[in-house]
Design a protein around this ligand. Sequence first.
Ligand code: AVJ
Length: 330
Amino acid sequence: MVALARSRPLPPQTEETSAFKADVLAGLSATPKRVPAKYFYDATGSLLFERITELPEYYPTRSEMGILRDHAADITKLIPEGAALVEFGSGSSRKARILLAAAPKLAAYVPVDICGEMVEQEAAELRPDFPGLKVLPLTADVCFPFELPDEAKNAPARIGFFPGSTIGNFEPHEACAFLRNAGRILGKGATLIVGADLIKPAEILNAAYSDKAGITAKFNLNLLVRINRELRGTFKLDTFEHHAFYNGERHRVEMHLASLKRQKVKVAGETIDFRAGETIHTENSYKYSIASLGALARGAGWQPVGAWTDERDYFSIQAFTLAAGPAPKA
Ligand code: AVJ
């Protein structure tokens, strides 16, 4: 314990940290500066996101849970006997629990997440609540191809689940690539259930991403904390500010970290220059309509088969089945 206090070794150089380093250095060398949003979710970031979901201004989680609860019977009609549910970017599995409870005919649940610790822990908490279900956690980045466990591969059908409007974090062309990749992973006869935030007035969106309690600002700034810890960064947190706004032309909420002054910052031995007011673009959260997500999915080989919204039309759950034949080429 004494040795720990005296020397603080860097985290071991795993495949994960070297991808983080390469992506951060590339993003901070680009103009305009950017860092991929998936790096928000270290242990602290995941906890901060859980707190965001409880904020009065942040409606998406509550709206989506409400849709799942109100329409669970209808949605789970799409799930055949013995099927495997594969959740992309499962996080806390809170939403999957609603489907699992409404679909006792499911044989397996495969939560897939980039955060291995989280996915194992959630699986351990799920098992006693669903004793008949095979829970098979998988650590993977859902942006890339990965292999399903044999039990899921051999199930009579696979149902993909991608809730939380995580699809909105992708550029539309990346969302299309994700959908095509999901089709390949799930295979013939698959169904995909996607949660997507809907286009709505800017005031509602701006409030949801700039909450009064400042939790979203903390979530955004935690990216710099993570870079400081994992990549020997020298970001001074009080010299950067959280900015979030709805870009109506592109149907997306943008989050940025703005440098309050001209300064130099070191990251992994490299020097990064900031102008006063210069920002790091840390997230896009694209908003869709039923029609615009449907068009995107069709382009990736999926056929829309159902859509459900809450009474305010803030959020949507949309279902697709894999169209017969190979997915259209990119
Ligand atoms: C987890 C991607 C759905 O875009 O609303 C919340 C992340 N960012 N507040 C979103 C987020 C700022 C969130 N998603």
